[in-house]
Design a protein around this ligand. Structure first.
Ligand code: WT7
Length: 652
């Protein structure tokens, strides 16, 4: 966890400029309305959407913690993101400016995107996809990814998007857990100037599984692919054969919309389940208010991959529900040159940029002369998400990218919360670098002690949510008990409170400062990884006897994966320590994906354990971060840390 002292060293405050405040879409009346009647407030926000059947019931909390919002209403999520805008006369507005990594580009208007989604929905229906069926999506950031998600939504089916950086094994686990009928993938996608294969990974993932009947393949990389006759179909062929017309049917507000897997404290990723009406309500409302969206004039860019929840809520559902024009970029920030992002902002006149602190810190390292080589004057609002933003990065972001004038919104939320929960509102909130600040209207946050008492500000504690909110997760796919245990059990006696797993500090003004995870979950470049999951991957290697993984502080990525591994006696003579390290880093990449590859793997002969056999990761973190080793008195063998640090020092 970050220490609050390091955050509080920056004391500058930034009040909204009068010009920004005058044009801001969200005013103080939002908080006033929400404070006066929370449920009426959310009902009003939900009514900004199109309902095939209007709802009467707002919240049904009769079976906590499984909420139902707007349950007697019916809507179609894709219709809200597409047809609605076309019917309102905005069909010619650009929905997506897409830029591929090699520099190819396509722009799709709302009318064109609607037509594509209708065709795709018909194509999926022809393959037997019906309401409630699961469709896995394993695609690069191409317009077809958005089309695929919306086509699934249009049919009332459930998508499970799997980030393209996950391995075949991870993909297989997700396909199997959700019992997916269809996989939508591409031949390959571009990354760092090269085509990386996706279809080949899908082929490997599906070996031996039975639930998948078809694989739809988007042509993108142009790389060669193996073909399973009868199972594999080119996306273009399927769409060409499909009818242009598709009438969107209304589905119940609680019809599931998607499953998204995220790491928890155990080895098995959790399939977080979201439903339709409440999710779309909060995704759209927060996207509008927090990003001060003026859909007629703004060009919005969220740099997240669609494989993460940020890509779901703030690339696909929020922006499209609001009729926004957005940029979608396929590749990495430094391809073919380190100014690629800034070049894109200049080219498309991006006005709102939403990205992660890890990206900002890596740009800081490269130096301000790179962004300063481009015209960034179109930018008027900046956003941050995924991990605490250190005040230094916040100030750099504002000065170098935001011309010293743009508001910055630091948005706290999670896969489980579905949409933003804590953020400044630009034009209203006086900004404090490093603090996520205030709950959005209609959300109630409490910082509690371990015993459930509210902390006295200024003080730190555990971040909890007091009342149900529209976009909250509806469960863990196939495991309702785990949902209750993980998030709700801890403060059950206080009535139902959601426990987020984050530590937080609340200051005298009531502003909230996030301090990081308090469990065995790491945050690497704004992505969640589980120590246990990586440890199980390591011990899954036949050479490994034991493994311990810690998240060590890292200047750029926030945290980095550092592993300590004991190699089995019978294998020790086979390789040098360096070779074992390399082999095991590659092993984790194969087992989980490149995002989980350890920064370092240390080969050791012992691990520090308590007398009851629990690994003391705290001590390993001290070693990994190059600190003096803390209190070792509870270790079963107090000499073990000395042995480990001597060995590491010898290797360094
Ligand atoms: C965890 C959720 C929300 C989309 C991206 C990550 C951390 C997220 C912030 C922030 C401090 C943050 C938390 C949270 N986190 N945003 N603005 N300040 N920490 O979604 O993978 O579900 O991870 O990311 O630790 O619990 P996720």
């Amino acid at each position: 966890m970050t220490s609050i002292d390091s955050l509080l060293t920056e004391t500058r405050r930034f009040a909204p400029s009068p010009e920004f405040a005058a044009g801001a879409v969200a005013g103080r009346e939002l908080s006033e309305r929400a404070a006066a009647d929370r449920l009426a407030y959310w009902a009003d926000r939900a009514r900004e959407l199109h309902w095939h059947t209007p709802f009467q019931s707002v919240l049904d909390w009769s079976n906590p913690p499984f909420a139902k919002w707007f349950a007697d209403g019916k809507l179609n999520v894709a219709y809200n993101c597409l047809d609605r805008h076309v019917l309102a006369g905005d069909g010619d507005r650009i929905a997506i400016h897409w830029e591929g990594e090699p520099g190819d580009s396509r722009s799709l208007s709302y009318a064109e995107l609607t037509t594509q989604v209708k065709r795709a929905a018909n194509a999926l229906a022809a393959l037997g996809i019906r309401q409630g069926d699961r469709v896995a999506i394993y695609l690069p950031v191409v317009p077809e990814a958005v089309v695929a998600m919306l086509a699934v939504a249009r049919l009332g089916a459930i998508h499970s998007v799997v980030f393209g950086g996950f391995s075949a094994e991870s993909l297989r686990a997700r396909v199997e857990d959700a019992d997916a009928k269809l996989v939508i993938t591409a031949d390959g996608g571009y990354r760092k100037g090269k085509v990386f294969p996706l279809k080949a990974t899908v082929d490997a993932a599906l070996e031996g599984t039975t639930s998948v009947q078809h694989v739809l393949v988007v042509k993108r990389g142009g790389n060669e692919v193996a073909w399973t006759e009868g199972r594999d179909i080119w996306w273009d062929d399927a769409l060409e054969a499909a009818d242009l017309d598709h009438e969107a049917q209304g589905f119940e507000a609680e019809n599931p919309l998607f499953i998204l897997y995220t790491s928890g404290t155990t080895g098995k990723p959790k399939g977080i389940l979201h439903s339709s009406g409440g999710y779309l309500t909060q995704a759209a409302a927060t996207h509008h208010d927090v990003f001060d969206l003026h859909p007629e004039t703004d060009v919005y860019w969220c740099t997240a991959d669609i494989g993460w929840v940020t890509g779901h809520s703030y690339v696909v559902y929020g922006p499209l529900a609001n009729g926004a024009t957005q940029l979608l970029y396929e590749g990495t920030p430094d391809t073919p040159h380190p100014g690629r992002w800034w070049e894109l902002i200049e080219k498309y006149g991006v006005t709102i940029l939403y990205t992660a602190p890890t990206a900002i810190r890596s740009f800081m390292k490269l130096g301000r002369q790179i962004p300063q080589g481009f015209d960034l004057s179109s930018l008027r609002l900046l956003g941050s998400v995924g991990e605490p933003i250190n005040p230094e990065a916040w100030i750099w972001y504002r000065e170098v990218i935001g011309a010293g004038t743009t508001p910055i919104v630091d948005t706290w939320w999670q896969t489980e919360t579905g949409a933003i929960m804590i953020s400044a509102l630009p034009g209203i909130t006086t900004l404090k670098p490093g603090s996520a600040q205030v709950p959005i209207p209609g959300v109630k946050i409490d910082i509690l002690t371990d015993d459930g008492a509210r902390v006295d500000p200024p003080n730190g504690g555990l971040l909890t949510v007091r009342e149900p909110w529209p976009s909250m997760a509806r469960g863990i796919w196939g495991d309702p008990d785990r949902f209750v245990e993980t998030y709700w059990e801890k403060f059950r006696d206080l009535g139902w409170r959601y426990f987020a797993g984050d530590g937080a500090h609340v200051d005298e003004d009531g502003d909230i400062w996030l301090l990081g995870r308090i469990d065995d979950v790491m945050n690497v470049s704004g992505h969640r990884l589980s120590t246990t999951e990586i440890e199980s991957a390591l011990v899954g290697n036949p050479m490994v006897a034991e493994a311990a993984v810690v998240g060590a502080a890292d200047e750029t990525t926030g945290q980095a994966v550092v592993a300590f591994v004991i190699v089995k006696q019978s294998h020790r003579a086979e390789h040098s320590d360096e070779e074992f390290s390399e082999l095991l880093r590659a092993h984790v990449t194969t087992a989980i994906g490149a995002i989980a590859r350890p920064r370092q793997v240390f080969i050791v002969t012992e691990l520090p354990k308590t007398r009851s056999g629990k690994i003391m990761r705290r001590l390993l973190r001290d070693v990994a971060e190059g600190r003096a080793i803390g209190d070792t008195t509870t270790l079963a063998d107090t000499s073990v840390m000395q042995v480990i640090s001597d060995k590491l020092a010898a290797g360094a």
